[in-house]
Design a protein around this ligand. Sequence first.
Ligand code: PEP
Length: 246
Amino acid sequence: MITLVGNWKMYKTREEAELFIKALPPFPHVGKVRVLLAAPFTALSTISSLGREKKLWIGAQNIHDAEEGAFTGEISARMVQEAGASFVLLGHSERRHLFGETNSFIARKLKRAIASGLVPILCIGETALERERGETEAVLHKQLTECLLEDHPDLMIAYEPVWAIGTGKTATPEIAESAHAFCREALTGLFGEARAEKIPLLYGGSVKPDNIKALIDQPHIDGALVGGASLDPATFTDIIRNTGVL
Ligand code: PEP
């Protein structure tokens, strides 16, 4: 099963989101590919039923770790779920680097997502400097062990090297595969081999229609998290088609 997640970031009004979903062909290939869209909070309720008709999973890009409370400007797991989210991205590098999210905060959010019945997609990845210093595996290990204090049957991990996000610099399939194989090993240490093998490991970082196939052909790459190229329905559809599973 290939998993493709579109991350719309802070793009698309409700109207634009609805037009996007209407422009997508239906994906009735259940069992071979599943398509998820992480939409802005305001668009969730608008696209959730339309998304279901097209067999898409609709989710959020963030939640707060508290159940509710005096946290001006924040949003809870229950709120996004009520609006139609079935999954949530956690620890995206833009959250870590622009908004100062730490592994311990992300671990608490993950716990909240699980308690609320939202499927967590944990994002991890090293910066260019960390890679240059040879720290990639240490960084990934720390992010995985400090964020994953709990498991969820549908948990997914997105390996997104920070230097490849929104830069047009995709990791080569070999670089991505080596990081994914390391993550699989780290997950084996946390949850045991049988469970680790079942956790989808997605690659993220400048995925496009012309590089998706070489990436998902790697043994430990089970799908992709797509930012910029998920904003246009034709380009996103090409990515889905080019997986070769339709
Ligand atoms: C992302 O937002 O997670 C991402 C990988 O972005 P892009 O595909 O634009 O690099």
